[in-house]
Design a binder for this molecule. Structure first.
Ligand code: AMP
Ligand code: MN
Ligand code: MN
Length: 320
């Protein structure tokens, strides 16, 4: 199947690589790796597209400055090949679906168990730690050259989706690939510093506020933080500042399920859910979302108070 992908790349004149909304290190790292691998192998410049703003910490990724944002993108364009990376479902690329639907060919690289193989060609491996792992394996099978730029981007994808090689998805493949990438020239400390020690003061203050004001079920097995629009505005942070709060709440010994619910507008909320044992992707699927067993998300079209109530009901229903 990888040969089909290679031929599509060879034959395509215009290639577009798309990441998911609220982009994280895996989708951005996989996208930048795909860009630089195609450039190295075929001297072809692809275009890169994000559906929403890139968190500032990822500005170190090679070629990230070439990424265009959907709100400023010409959606009338037609591409020979559209590649999605780390996109669990097509609604995660928002209106970029127009570009996907119009493309002559589509390839879907992903590792979410809820992915329905929406591409013409699909590389979906639910057991892979990250999309970066899926992408690396295809490059390796094809014998594509992995230079320092590609390696830095892939290492970022694997590092961030394994939570710094700590989560349950840290497997022999993720460590083996990381080792190969370090041999190519990746400096782990540099990528670590960029991903985990480059937060702005306001983000740290905001996250501490969110944790200090968290709610707990009576048995303290459910921990959650409710983030209102006005909180985000008060601290002057971007929406991505909520990344990591659900993990902090899960780190409490009594917590079984944690979540962060963020008000997007008066009728829309975004949920990030984490667990130690329960399959939270099932809970998020009830609300039209998905993800992985221990890390999932969804968007709920309700005012935040009602959404919290519905979520707690669903969690209690699932747990009992
Ligand atoms: P997040 O909480 O946004 O960090 O997402 C946790 C995991 O769930 C990631 O792997 C996401 O790709 C996935 N995810 C988040 N929201 C959705 C959604 N609406 N549909 C499918 N997967 C999602
Ligand atoms: Mn992701
Ligand atoms: Mn991922």
């Amino acid at each position: 199947m990888e040969k089909i992908f290679e031929n599509l790349v060879k034959d395509a004149k215009h290639i577009l690589i798309i990441s998911h909304v609220n982009p994280d290190g895996d989708t951005l790292g996989s996208m930048c790796a795909m860009y630089s691998a195609i450039l190295t192998q075929y001297k072809k410049k692809s275009e890169m597209l994000v559906p929403s703003a890139i968190p500032g910490i990822y500005n170190f990724l090679p070629n990230i400055e070439k990424v265009k944002i959907l709100s400023e993108f010409d959606k009338s364009r037609e591409y020979d090949l559209v590649i999605t990376v780390d996109v669990a479902a097509l609604d995660r690329i928002l209106e970029a679906q127009i570009l996907f639907d119009k493309a002559k060919h589509t390839v879907n690289f992903d590792h979410h168990q809820t992915n329905i193989n929406f591409g013409e060609v699909n590389f979906v491996e639910p057991h892979a730690c990250s999309c970066g792992e899926v992408v690396f394996k295809i490059f390796e099978k094809l014998g594509w050259q992995i230079n320092k730029d590609t390696a830095d981007a892939l290492y970022t994808a694997i590092l961030t989706d394994t939570g710094g090689f700590r989560f349950e998805n840290t497997n022999p493949a993720s460590l083996e690939i990381a080792s190969k990438l370090v041999a190519i020239g990746v400096v782990p400390k540099e990528i670590y510093n960029n991903c985990y020690e480059s937060k702005t003061k306001s983000v740290v203050m905001f996250q501490n506020y969110a944790v200090a004001n968290a709610h707990f079920s009576e048995d303290e097995k459910i921990a959650y933080s409710v983030i209102l629009r006005k909180d985000i505005e008060k601290f002057g942070v971007k929406d991505s500042a909520t990344d990591g709060i659900a993990e902090t709440l899960r780190s409490i010994i009594s917590t079984q399920i944690s979540f962060v619910i963020k008000e997007i507008d008066s009728k829309t909320c975004k949920v990030s859910m984490r667990s130690k044992k329960e399959d939270v992707s099932k809970i998020c699927e009830v609300f039209g979302g998905g993800g992985h067993k221990y890390a999932a998300g969804c968007t709920i079209k309700l005012p935040i108070k009602e959404a919290v109530k519905k979520l707690l009901q669903e969690i209690n229903h699932e747990k009992n």
